[in-house]
Design a protein around this ligand. Structure first.
Ligand SMILES: Cc1ncc(COP(=O)(O)O)c(C=O)c1O
Length: 406
């Protein structure tokens, strides 16, 4: 079944507007995607009809909100094929999910002299929490490098993994290079040495089907706002037997079973990791984002976005001075580039005035910038609502700017 993109675009009213008297071309979905009406309406409906605090209310509103909230946990479980709903922990986002694991798994399992492996292409959210853990524990961070093409050098894992390695944490899809990493292979190799693996799926979940059971991932983390859902909500998937051995991350209401001044017992999974009132409305609306993607069909979405990526890449390669970072054939979602002799910020500013929203800068990935020895870049990124016509508008704008600015 092919997707009806003009119908899809009608689901995203924000796209149908002019900025600076030009039709908006939104090419920044890797930073945050726009939300379909279904998501926006759900949040409004909750607040108009049945908002109440969850898990603790003895009244109709709280009960209904609780049922809906917990229903989203089931939806997430199904969406990533987890074996149980207890393995789905709601967080603020990918960043908090990684910090939770770094803190809690780190406290339980990482000791002085241990090693954690991350890759050279990680977002800062998958670097800094491990550095903080390493500082706290006297552990070491080791880095798996990538080639200029954007391909991870996974053959180097052999020498990087030692008997001291406790965890490998790596992106499923790079937010700069778009590389789809061979995470199943990495996980298999890690497990052969008894090493656990966290996958940062922030840039993967809206582009491709994710099956945590098939991957055998120990942890898989992502954010709702990058997959058509609200901001302020993320997911930590963790294997039950590992989560059970991990201490709580934060203390407070909800995460306890019984509190005495002499000592407290903790709630069962997943509530042990959900202290305090969660982002009720955003979690409930997130359920609609999942349904929206499932309704479109994730396979159709992948095929369409890959077509867009191929189309845009071919057009961009024809622009004089174009340097694309990340040319691996296994790629999705983003194109990061510079044009020789033109500052990326100038490009971003001028494109904005032409109605085109892109991301510029270091993309929260300093080590990738250092790899290519660049100060900053321009990134365009796609979602299912983008069109080849928008790519054409963008490419024509870029051609004009090359003449103006070079
Ligand atoms: C690969 C990757 N990891 C982590 C993050 C952090 O996500 P969040 O800001 O939603 O916590 C991002 C955000 O851009 C990302 O692209």
């Amino acid at each position: 079944m092919t997707l009806d993109i003009s119908k899809i675009r009608n689901d995203f009213p924000i796209l149908n507007q002019q900025v600076y008297n030009k039709p908006l071309v939104y090419l920044d979905s890797a930073a945050s995607s726009q939300k379909p009406l279904q998501v926006l309406k759900k949040e409004e409906q909750l607040h108009l009809e049945y908002y109440g605090n969850i898990h603790r209310g003895a009244h109709f509103l709280a009960d209904k909100a609780t049922v809906e909230f917990e229903g989203v946990r089931d939806l997430v479980q199904d969406f990533i094929n987890a074996s149980s709903r207890e393995e789905i922990v709601f967080t603020k986002g990918t960043t908090e999910s990684i910090n939770l694991v770094a803190s809690s798994f780190g406290d339980a399992f990482v000791t002085e002299g241990d090693e954690i492996i991350i890759s050279e292409m990680e977002h800062h959210a998958n670097i800094v929490p491990w550095q903080l853990l390493a500082q706290r524990k006297g552990a070491t961070i080791k880095v798996l490098p990538f080639l200029d093409s954007g391909e991870l050098q996974i053959e180097k894992l052999d020498e990087l993994i030692t008997e001291k390695t406790k965890l490998i944490s790596v992106a499923h899809v790079s937010n700069v290079l778009g590389t789809v990493n061979p995470i199943k292979k990495i996980i298999k190799q890690a497990h052969e040495s008894g090493v656990k693996v966290l996958i940062d799926g922030a840039q993967a979940v809206k582009h491709m089907a994710v099956d945590v059971l098939d991957l055998d991932a120990d942890f898989y983390v992502f954010s709702a706002h990058k997959m058509y859902g609200p901001n302020g909500v993320g997911v930590l998937y963790g294997k039950k037997e590992i989560l059970e051995q991990m201490p709580p991350y934060q203390g407070g209401g909800e995460m306890i079973s019984e509190v005495k001044f002499g000592g407290t017992t903790f709630n069962e999974l997943p509530y042990k990791f959900e202290a305090g009132t969660p982002n009720i409305s955003s979690v409930i609306a997130f359920g609609e984002a999942i349904k929206y993607l499932q309704n479109l069909g994730i396979k159709e979405v992948t095929a369409y976005e890959n077509k867009l990526l191929g189309y845009a890449t071919e057009k961009l390669q024809q622009i004089p001075g174009m340097i694309i970072y990340g040319t691996h054939h296994c790629k999705t979602g983003v194109i990061t580039f510079n044009i020789d002799g033109i500052h990326s910020f100038d490009l971003g500013t001028m494109l904005d005035k032409m109605g085109i929203a892109v991301r510029t800068g270091r993309l929260c990935a300093d080590p990738v910038m250092d790899h290519y020895k660049v100060q900053s870049t321009v990134r365009i990124s796609f979602a299912v609502y983008n069109t080849t016509e928008e790519v054409d508008i963008f490419v024509e704008a870029l051609k004009k700017l090359v003449v103006m600015l070079a």
